[in-house]
Design a protein around this ligand. Sequence first.
Ligand code: ATP
Ligand code: MG
Length: 268
Amino acid sequence: ESLGIDAGGTLIKVAYIENETIHYKMFQSNQFRDLKDWIDGNFASPNIALTGGRQSDLEDYLGLPVMKVEEFIATSVGVKQLLSINEVKPGKTFLAVNIGTGTSIHLIKNGETTRVGGTGVGGGTILGLAHLLTGIKDFDKMVALAKQGNRDLDLKVKDIYGKAVPPIDGNITASNFGNFFNIVNTQDYSDADILAALIGMVAEVIVVISNAMAVQHDCESIVYIGSTVHQNDYLKSVLREYKSLSGLEPLFIENGEYSGALGALKQL
Ligand code: ATP
Ligand code: MG
């Protein structure tokens, strides 16, 4: 009985082996209790590997012997394994961008991983700002609504240039939430429009930083992981739209949000 547990800022991800297959399960990070009850109810004397920012808090709470794995090591080991399970070939040099509560960017080159950057703009930014702006608490609801919205709150390059030919692609966002004159004069922006603009902004900040780093490090691809990406077609579509900036097709892997948990499990 082996469990790899990634206790992040928002969600706890578990990868475990049962009947020789890998299974995955998720809990809220503020509900250690649910996780402990589940472990106690299903495993007699499990081998546990912990990773993620809340690993020490969780270790204290569980009161069980555990092995601790550094978060960035767990993530990169897990990403490599998921890429091979999914038969996705990212090339020799690629970025793994983990869009969690915050976002961290890892360079994987000849099998070695270094953290090359990050931004506080991430999944937590979506949850927090979405709630402040719309009152919605549920992530799945935010994502479902965003799909129905449009990006009229933003100003595109072509909106500024009007009839003139812009010096860059007119469809690029010139200013996120920047359609100010219209915003002031219009009352009818829906929650869907606000969420589309918000998820769009988060995706664009991340893609712009990631693309620049990918070019700087001669990457062949960018792999996006983290629960923010999971079942979030809207965010993925924005990440894909910005392919033209670097020429790199974004890659997504099934169960990518469990990279850290799986990487921890592998260390046991
Ligand atoms: P970090 O790695 O930054 O410490 P984390 O590991 O908890 O955080 P992830 O689990 O990768 O981060 O992603 C968390 C984000 O995923 C949330 O901020 C939110 O945007 C999104 N998300 C997806 N599903 C849910 C859910 N059911 N509840 C809350 N957030 C969710
Ligand atoms: Mg995480």
